[in-house]
Write a protein that binds this ligand. Structure first.
Ligand code: SF4
Length: 94
């Protein structure tokens, strides 16, 4: 049975292999702009997020390794899902 070939890019971090391609969806209503996710992501290395207009945004989405650390750091669960990163269709606020 013919299979579908899927191209994946991986990243090595924390002694593990992550499949790149997803970025965090950030709920701008729930986000407090506390920088927990920004600071953690920067400290861990990918440095994907920053605060823009008072809320967290994935300003360097190409860096995301999809480890989900930002989700665990958020006190309001503003980051609840990871979604497919498509460079042709940058993420919009949810
Ligand atoms: S941790 Fe949550 S509330 Fe704080 S800046 Fe990030 S998304 Fe916003």
């Amino acid at each position: 049975m013919p299979g579908k070939t899927v191209q994946t890019e991986t990243a090595e971090a924390f002694g593990r292999t992550f499949i790149k391609g997803n970025i965090p969806e950030i709920n701008s209503v729930r986000c407090l702009g506390c920088r927990n996710c920004v600071n953690l992501c920067k400290k861990l290395g990918p440095n994907v997020l920053d605060i823009v207009d008072g809320v967290a945004k994935p300003v360097r989405p190409q860096n995301c390794i999809g480890d989900g650390a930002c989700m665990l750091s958020c006190p309001t669960k503003a980051i609840f899902l990871m979604s497919k990163y498509d460079p042709a269709a940058p993420p919009v606020a949810v």
